[in-house]
Design a protein around this ligand. Sequence first.
Ligand code: MG
Length: 249
Amino acid sequence: VITCKSQRELAYMKDAGRIAARAHEELGKAIRPGVTTKELDEIAADFIISRGGRPAFKGLYDFPANICTSINEEVVHGIPSPYRRLQEGDIISIDIGVELNGYFGDCARTFPVGDVSEATRELLRVAEEALYRGIAEARVGRRLSDISHAIQSYVEAHGFSVVREFVGHGIGTSMHEEPQVPNFGPPGRGPRLKPGMTLAIEPMVNMGTHEVVTLDDNWTVVTKDLSLSAHFEHTVAVTNGRPEILTLP
Ligand code: MG
């Protein structure tokens, strides 16, 4: 079942989403060579809790940390560690979920660490733009896979690939609700979008193959060819007008 949220519920989701987006801003100030991913996890948790929220990934399917930190070839679900220090030229994808008053917000972005190569900057630019191309399709009367197709066609036109095994999702009073929101596929398929539907749209974009592998920790997903991967995500509401991003600072 795909639930449609009332205006009041959307306001609650925006409150949760704002905390997640502002936690990203805090992390943006802290990301530099030498910092550990565990330190970033603590900064995010302290910030979220100080605003009355709860880091929603902690314990979700037994995930052991507050946020996901995925470096370079790591695609998603990297586990913060006191032993993993950022290095100049890395990229780090940070995924943050927040619950507040029973409603959820979910957003991700990939940050460069210091100076990165021109090719890496292009990967981040294309992944972020792909997210906005997807969001632009989150309109009443479109079908779900119009979002998927917009993302895939933009990414592939720029020579990169989209991950198939992990997808976006409905979100609201749970982190993961129906429907699944793939980042690939033909247009014109799936349910018609209605006002009040809330979707976490989250392209994962690889420099090389779209194929991924999960490491022995049973969490960290890496690209099969160890090429770089970027991840951008917003929680978005379908409205009678323009799509509304709920994870804004
Ligand atoms: Mg998500």
